[in-house]
Design a protein around this ligand. Structure first.
Ligand code: F6P
Length: 605
């Protein structure tokens, strides 16, 4: 993102994206859009290669999105028109882009390597020195816990670290801990308490030995009701259990000593930490320019640093920094995070998508969708711009998701066959941390000794392929599926024959979309989906073109937009791309069957 970035971030008001030339061009491209991924791939053999990009060790395939090259070019132009490069440079520099709190927004500084040049000095603060001073203290403490040098009040080494926090002081650490579980030191475990529902702290402590338990109270403000309440409950549990064990005497001195050995804190408010009874020497600070949702790479990640060790934590920070550098130095049209953000703008503002599925084919990433929910929805959940004026566009989508293959047996039906457009990010890991073979196989498709991770990946590839390309009626018939409809057709929920006419729907009739990517170590898949039989496609395109109120939506004020509700017409849908379909090689995983139910005509006022 090198363009324009040297210029000072001086505008006194934000650029309204809907006033830009690019926005108008995008609206016009949307009006003429006839999504046809099969056709696009058939007529453009270079599409997959051109739209598969590298960021760090991630290989990101954006080719299955519902975009043409013209759309992408205008999205990139939009980023320029609204000053993204200059705003990003201002953020990296430490300008006070958080105007409401008059602060810098500098989480990227948390992962700058020691000795990075040029040194970052913001508001007189030597940011790099401060960051590495705290990291050094966190690592020193982590090493002491891991080696057994740090003990509880009775001299026993720590076996369980319980992080007490909420929001960014919980979701980041728990997501990363779960993701890095294979690297956790044997004999150590981390747990995470966040909910003020007392059952959370009860269940997380019920089977613990107080003599080997260390609590980390993680709170940027140290004023969050849930966290402080849980911290008091944990402190009481510790005292009660140690006294009941006979480990400490029932005196104030003994209790104080126990807190000193079993409680540490992470916060920007060290005075409040001391007031809680935690020795400030056992507290790790950070700074108000770290947003809570970005804080896992600060001292808020202490539970992770203890569990996986300083070396692995350093690698984790280096991964962040690699992506920061990718964003900083890569031209917009090859810049993966920028393009992914722009695709979100396209889907939510021009194609009327409301949600965004994140589907990790990696059990260790099972908390990643929850982490992303805070990261994106707390960031983008705004209806005014930074100068306080109302926004003129949609500002974000609802993020949600579950690991595949669990999601396949739960909600993929709606992604494949339902009536909503749901962009979906598929993530896979190329080299599993815990490969296992199925020694016996199933006597059929799964051979004895089959690599189960390969089977897992077959699901990943089959699902992205099914969502992107579906099947034509001819392909379905060629597989021997009996013809039970006058016009059998099967694509991932996209082939529909209207039973009522004229079309009444105001919204796109494509109903599935995913976005696929893959990587050397991990892969993130975005596959824009929407394949339909020729007749289905053209009838869809006709109804799409006829939706003039819908087409002007992107330039209409928000209040007007909200009064419009889509109406649906009845449809005959062939069930296919069965969400539970799997084959070891990932091919032919799409099964089709006749319609199970005929959705009734329905309108929402
Ligand atoms: O770390 P703290 O100050 O306890 O805040 C916890 C969370 O609460 C919020 O401030 C808002 O609910 C989040 O941004 C933050 O991650």
């Amino acid at each position: 993102m090198t363009e324009n970035s040297a210029a000072p971030a001086s505008p006194s008001s934000p650029v309204d994206p809907t006033t830009t030339t690019a926005w108008t061009a995008l609206a016009s491209l949307r009006d003429g859009l006839e999504p046809d991924l099969r056709g696009w791939f058939a007529t453009d053999p270079g599409r997959a290669e051109r739209l598969t990009l590298q960021a760090g060790d991630l290989t990101v395939d954006l080719s299955k999105n519902l975009v043409t090259d013209d759309v992408l070019a205008q999205l990139v132009a939009l980023a320029r028109d609204v000053d993204v490069p200059r705003r990003y440079a201002a953020m990296l520099r430490g300008d006070h882009i958080n105007v409401t709190e008059d602060r810098a927004v500098l989480h990227t500084a948390l992962r700058r390597p020691d000795g990075a040049e040029p040194e970052l000095v913001v508001d007189g603060q030597h940011v790099d020195d401060d960051v590495h001073e705290v990291l050094g203290r966190v690592y020193e403490f982590a090493d002491k816990v891991r080696s057994g040098e740090w003990t509880g009040v009775t001299g026993k080494r720590v076996e369980t670290v319980v992080n007490i926090g909420i929001g960014g002081s919980d979701l980041g650490p728990v997501m990363v801990y779960e993701a890095l579980k294979p690297y956790v030191q044997p004999g150590l475990e981390a747990r995470f308490v966040s909910n003020i529902d007392p059952s959370d702290v009860y269940e997380k402590t019920a089977d613990l030995d107080p003599e080997t338990t260390l609590f980390i109270v993680a709170s940027k403000t140290f004023g969050t009701l849930e966290t402080l309440t849980n911290a008091r409950l944990a402190r009481q549990w510790l005292w009660d259990a140690l006294v009941a064990n006979g480990a400490i005497s029932d005196t104030d001195e003994a209790r104080t000593a126990a807190v000193g050995k079993h409680f540490v804190a992470v916060s920007t408010a060290l005075d409040k930490v001391a007031a809680f009874g935690i020795d400030p020497a056992n507290a790790f600070g950070f700074w108000d320019w770290v947003g809570g949702r970005y804080s896992v790479d600060s001292a808020i990640g202490t539970s992770v640093a203890i569990a996986v060790g300083p070396d692995a934590f350093e690698e984790f920070l280096a991964g962040f920094h690699a992506i920061d550098e990718h964003v900083r130095t890569t031209p917009l049209d090859q810049n993966v995070p920028v393009l992914m953000g722009l695709l979100n703008v396209w889907y939510t503002n021009f194609l009327d998508a409301h949600t965004h599925a994140v589907l990790p084919y990696a059990q260790y990433l099972h908390r990643f969708p929850a982490y992303l929910q805070q990261l994106t929805m707390e960031s983008n959940g705004k209806s005014v711009r930074w100068d306080g004026t109302p926004v003129t566009t949609e500002t974000g989508e609802v993020f949600w998701g579950e690991p595949g293959t669990n999601g396949q047996h739960a909600f993929y039906q709606l992604i494949h066959q339902g009536t909503r457009l749901i962009p979906a990010d598929f993530i896979a890991v190329a080299n599993p941390a815990r490969p296992l073979a199925d020694a016996t196989g199933d006597g059929g498709a799964v051979q004895p000794g089959a690599d189960v991770h390969a089977l897992f990946l077959a699901n990943f590839f089959a699902q992205t392929k099914a969502l992107a390309f579906g099947k034509t009626a001819d392909e379905v018939r060629a597989e021997g599926t009996p013809r039970r409809s006058s016009r059998p057709a099967c694509s991932p929920g996209t082939v529909r024959r209207r039973r009522s006419s004229p079309p009444r729907s105001r919204r796109p009739s494509w109903d599935s979309s995913s976005r696929s990517t893959s990587t050397s170590r991990s892969s993130r898949a975005r596959s824009g989906a929407s394949t339909r039989s020729t007749s289905g496609a053209s009838s869809w395109a006709r109804s799409w073109r006829s939706r003039s109120p819908r087409r002007s939506r992107a330039t209409r004020p928000r209040s007007t937009l909200r009064t419009r509700r889509p109406r649906r017409s009845s449809r005959s849908t062939w069930s296919c791309a069965s969400p539970d379909a799997t084959t070891p090689d990932g091919e032919g995983a799409v099964r089709c069957s006749p319609p199970r139910t005929q959705p009734r005509s329905r309108s929402t006022a």
